[in-house]
Design a protein around this ligand. Structure first.
Ligand SMILES: [Zn+2]
Length: 264
């Protein structure tokens, strides 16, 4: 989502929003059509992000919020491009371009309002690549929960914006098994996890950031970025570190991948 934010910021900043067309309002929450139409005539000041939410700032504390759900995509196309499949929203901009929102599964979200009244933005944990995140903050929160560390990493209230792929990669990097209970982790292990969070996310953003074009996708599929995955989706393949077979376990409806030799 951070790479999408960067792409949108580079492309939309300073653009005027000319026309908003909503073809399908039934996303995860229904789009408030009348409200979204009031984007017309506003200028994009910049594009920010909080957790997995893209926040398009149009001034006067008003935020156009976008969440891409499971299958959402935003594309910038020439205005004359005909409506594509699963295109639910089209926002025409000056300069002959339009921002198009496509989402086959419609788990995404599009809202518009004052930053303070968007309830999605409440209760989010610190940003893993911001200044408010370090081993100390993580220690305080992990040592008092019995949950497993993988579930904790995916909890947006603990750390904002870590998805399943990166949670697996982070735990491999830290040498900690996904099933370990948080309150049993040693301080040194928590510090390694905190370090790995920053490293893995920064590397992924840098790599994908360099291959960014005008096509902004967010399906989170491992094939679509160049980050070399150590464990995710590598069941039975050799560990890149020790050669043992990567294991897969399903828990909490999500797959965990780990090396039973490198991760204790
Ligand atoms: Zn290994």
């Amino acid at each position: 989502v951070e790479t999408i934010r960067r792409g949108l910021d580079a492309n939309l900043r300073g653009c005027e929003i000319l026309r908003v067309t909503i073809h399908e309002r039934r996303l995860r929450r229904p789009i408030d059509v009348a409200r979204l139409k009031t984007l017309e005539g506003r200028i994009v000041r910049g594009v920010g992000r909080r957790a997995k939410y893209v926040l398009i700032d149009v001034g006067e504390e008003l935020i156009w919020l976008l969440h891409l759900g499971m299958s959402g995509r935003v594309l910038l196309v020439p205005t004359e491009t005909p409506r594509g499949g699963h295109e639910h929203v089209r926002v025409e901009l000056d300069g002959g371009r339009a921002l198009v929102y496509r989402d086959p599964r419609r788990f995404g979200l599009m809202r518009f309002g004052l930053a303070a009244e968007l309830d999605e933005l409440r209760d989010l944990g610190p940003e893993p690549i911001g200044n408010g995140f370090d081993g100390k903050a993580l220690r305080e929160r992990l040592r008092v929960t019995r949950r497993d560390i993988k579930a904790a990493l995916l909890d947006q209230r603990l750390i904002a914006g870590i998805g399943n792929i990166y949670a697996n990669e982070i735990l491999f990097r830290a040498g900690v098994r996904p099933t370990r209970r948080c309150f049993r982790l040693r301080l040194s292990e928590i510090d390694r996890i905190a370090c790995a969070v920053r490293e893995v996310l920064s590397e992924a953003i840098d790599l994908r950031g360099t291959s960014f074009s005008d096509y902004l996708d967010s399906d989170g599929s491992p094939g679509s970025y160049q980050f070399e995955l150590a464990v995710f989706d590598r069941e039975d393949e050799p560990c890149r570190h020790c050669g043992a077979k990567i294991q897969r376990r399903s828990h909490g409806g999500r797959s965990s991948f780990f090396c039973s030799r490198c991760q204790l």
